[in-house]
Design a protein around this ligand. Structure first.
Ligand SMILES: [Zn+2]
Length: 307
């Protein structure tokens, strides 16, 4: 077997047999995949990668910013459990409890000096003992030097990652999604794992449909010239924009609701409104109600928006 076949085989065994108990391994692996872009302009964290002879010397800071970004979004934005143990993945130990879900740090932010201490902590407490060795036991991708904060990749491994990136990344996303679906009932987990879906908005004709059934702010009744359109079940949970979940909101209500869930009272009002909208497609009231209950249970945990 040549080198490439052998490595493909290792990945094959890994993807088929891996029995995850958290998302650490696939997230670490996905963070490494960006090395296949090393040398191209604009790769964040390139200052931490150095070509030494026939190897790439990769400071773990390059990996940890990607790793931290994934967990930040999963924990603060989507509220998705990452492990079936009661402790879950303790990302808030590093970031604290006061993160605004609407202001996710970018990779560039995480590479800045102000995150240096956090990166150090995450490398030594989250990556080094837990993931670094175990993933290498499965895949043998890099060399670990005891006591050092970097790992070494042979040139042919990087070439391999470059060549097969297009199938490895979807496979990594697939095993991550499959695992997360076992421990979360949140909708559209695959899309949340992809993490690149832009927030969607109503089209002008859809706004007109909604306004046929309302003449004021859905929440406080205030009449305005222009309304914002609010997701009753928050966008970051439902991850789609559909007529049945949209209501007009005045600037003030829209601002203070943010990504919170509305109270049951408002939700009942939406259910009644939806009975009248003739234009609804693929809508089931019981499915929508069920989604509301799940959102309350696993996403909002009792924090509601009310006027
Ligand atoms: Zn209002």
């Amino acid at each position: 077997m040549n080198f490439e076949e052998e490595l493909l085989n290792r990945f094959h065994v890994f993807f088929n047999n891996v029995d995850l108990s958290s998302t650490y391994k696939p997230v670490f692996l996905k963070s490494i995949m960006d090395l296949s872009d090393f040398g191209k302009p604009g790769v964040v964290g390139s200052q931490w990668v150095e070509k030494v002879g026939n190897q790439l010397k990769v400071d773990l800071n390059f990996v940890v910013i990607r790793y931290a970004k994934y967990y930040w979004d999963m924990y603060y934005k989507f509220n998705l459990r990452q492990s079936h143990t009661p402790q879950d993945v303790n990302i808030h130990k590093f970031f604290g409890d006061k993160q605004d879900p609407h202001k996710p740090p970018t990779l560039t932010d995480l590479a800045e000096e102000k995150y240096e201490t956090l990166r150090k902590e995450m490398i030594s407490k989250s990556i080094k003992p837990q993931v670094l060795k175990r993933l290498n036991n499965d895949l043998c991708l890099y060399q670990i030097i005891n006591g050092k904060n970097y790992i070494l990749f042979d040139h042919n491994i990087i070439e391999f990652l470059k060549k097969y990136k297009g199938i490895l990344i979807p496979a990594i996303n697939f095993i991550t999604t499959r695992y997360l679906e076992k421990i979360n009932s949140s909708p559209r987990i695959a899309e949340k794992v992809l993490g690149k879906i832009p927030r969607s908005f109503l089209k002008p004709d859809e706004k007109k449909i909604i306004m046929k059934y309302h003449d004021s702010c859905f929440y406080c009744g205030k009449i305005e010239q222009d309304y914002a359109f609010d997701h009753v079940i928050p966008f970051d949970y439902i991850y789609q924009t559909d007529l049945f979940n949209m209501v007009p909101a005045c600037t003030s209500c829209n601002g203070s609701k943010s990504n919170r869930l509305s109270t049951r009272e408002f939700f009942n009002k939406v259910l009644e409104r939806n009975k009248k909208i003739k234009e609804l497609k693929d809508y089931s009231a019981s499915w929508y109600e069920n989604l509301y209950d799940k959102c309350k249970l696993e996403y909002h945990k009792g924090s509601f928006f009310s006027v």
